[in-house]
Design a protein around this ligand. Structure first.
Ligand SMILES: Cc1cc2nc3c(=O)[nH]c(=O)nc-3n(C[C@H](O)[C@H](O)[C@H](O)COP(=O)(O)OP(=O)(O)OC[C@H]3O[C@@H](n4cnc5c(N)ncnc54)[C@H](O)[C@@H]3O)c2cc1C
Length: 421
């Protein structure tokens, strides 16, 4: 499957040199050149929608991975309720919109010359650059993390892919009566409800396959950061003592040898260590000079997603300094992409971009067959100069339910199609 996807990608991709040879320079009919870095929920959507809304704009999408693996639904893979192939997709459909695919890593941005440098050599010129690199992990904030991760003794599985499959194997191999420890960093991090969904579905797996096993949740935050009431009710009703939730428990170190997570006041031993590190905007954002806040996130103009630090560069998704009450989610990244696509089409056509109203919906499975939801609407507020959550919009599910689980699967299939097909 992986090899197939890789071959497919390579066949459909073109190198930077080939692009240049094929006349990537603006043609007479071209309205301009856009380079997009990162083909996740933000970048792939932006590339597709720019081409949909103005086929006269040339779009080149740079992605280092050969295929797409979805973080949404990846917790179900950990629980054994679905497989890696169900959450994996190819990029080739984007080609039908005229998006040029380059499998490579962007390693530098020259904002003055308006070029992106690629790891395999060559530069891509742009009129507008879109960066949607997701997050990088700040491993250095947890002593011993990198060594323990290299030996496979600690995993994050917070970017779906090989670590998802590896963590599933560890959970399968864990003896009944063993302890799985999940450490959650201080907010903001990618997908606020994601860790609590993970704890829920792994508890569901344990209840069915290893009834004496425990899920120990070590949360750096003072409480569950999203849908707290619904998660707490599900844990009490469905899992009882299987889930042990400990707030204010920040990991400061990991010892792979003794399988220990070091907290500020305590050391915790477990059979499977799943430590999600603190995060910041992906490295290319640092190289592009668009990281503005706490050395971590990128402040943008929410009418266009243009960086407040570097003109001509638009930043999407998890890498942004979130607007008030806005989560780092696939749903948001996909909506950011539409703001940026509409604005770039307007700007390259000499029109003034108009602010857009956007929507977040985030489902979490609490068992194999039931889910819960949170949603919100965000609109431009000129006085505050940002997007704010519209009062009275959105909210959370009344209760966990099987229909919400059906909606969750439908949401995932729809957003995969909207971003990639
Ligand atoms: C366990 C889990 C569950 C989740 N569940 C949900 C959910 O149910 N609903 C929801 O809305 N969100 C969910 N999320 C959050 C969601 O996955 C992220 O918010 C979303 O992926 C962000 O999109 P993005 O475009 O910012 O980054 P990504 O989707 O991570 O895409 C970034 C892409 O950029 C590429 N890249 C980075 N740097 C470079 C470079 N220099 N050169 C080339 N390519 C590069 C990467 O390889 C990657 O493909 C979940 C996350 C996790 C971890």
């Amino acid at each position: 499957m992986k090899n197939l996807k890789r071959r497919e990608f390579l066949k459909l991709s073109v190198s930077a040199a080939a692009l240049a040879a094929a006349g990537c320079a603006t043609t007479a009919k071209s309205r301009g050149r856009v380079v997009v870095v990162g083909a996740g929920f933000g970048g792939a959507t932006a590339a597709k929608y720019i081409r949909l809304w103005d086929p006269a704009i040339e779009v080149t999408l740079v992605e280092r991975d050969s295929g797409f693996v979805s973080c949404p639904v990846s917790n179900l893979v950990l629980a054994g309720f679905t497989g890696m192939s169900d959450i994996s997709r190819g990029y080739s459909a984007l080609r039908s919109y005229g998006v040029r695919l380059v499998q490579d890593e962007a390693v530098g941005v020259d904002a003055a010359k308006r070029t992106v440098r690629l790891a395999r050599g060559g530069e891509l010129p742009y009129d507008r650059l879109v960066i949607s690199p997701g997050v990088d992990f700040n491993f250095g904030e947890i002593q011993g993390y990198e060594g323990a991760m290299q030996s496979g003794r600690v995993l994050h599985a917070w970017k779906a892919g090989p670590q998802t499959a590896a963590l599933r194997r560890q959970l399968e191999q864990m003896p009944d009566g063993g302890v799985y420890a999940l450490s959650i960093p201080l907010a903001p991090y990618r997908c606020p409800p994601g860790p609590y969904e993970r704890a829920s579905v792994i508890a569901a797996y344990f209840r069915q396959a290893k009834p004496r096993a425990k899920v120990l949740v070590l949360d750096a935050n003072p409480d569950i950061t999203s849908k707290a009431g619904l998660f707490k009710a599900a844990w009490k009703d469905l899992y009882g003592a299987t889930i042990d939730y400990r707030p204010n428990s920040r990991a400061i170190g990991v010892d792979g040898g003794s399988r220990t997570i070091k907290l500020e006041l305590d050391d915790i031993k477990a059979d499977v260590l799943n430590v999600v590190p603190p995060q910041s905007a992906g490295d290319i954002a640092v190289k592009a000079g668009v990281v503005t806040t706490n050395n971590r996130w990128c402040d943008v103009d929410w009418r266009t997603m243009e960086s407040k630090a570097v003109k001509g560069v638009h930043v999407l998704g998890d890498a942004t300094l979130s607007a008030p009450a806005m989560p780092k989610s696939a749903s948001m990244a996909n909506n950011h992409a539409k703001i940026a696509a509409a604005a770039i089409v307007d700007l390259l056509n000499g029109r003034e971009p108009l602010p857009l109203k956007i929507l977040n919906t985030c489902y979490s499975f609490v068992s194999r067959s039931e889910a819960i939801r949170v949603s919100s609407v965000h609109e431009w507020e000129p006085g505050q100069g940002t997007l704010i959550a519209v009062k009275g919009s959105g909210g959370v599910s009344a209760a966990r339910s099987a229909p919400e689980a059906t909606f969750a699967w439908n949401w995932a299939r729809t957003i995969w199609a909207d971003s990639l097909s």
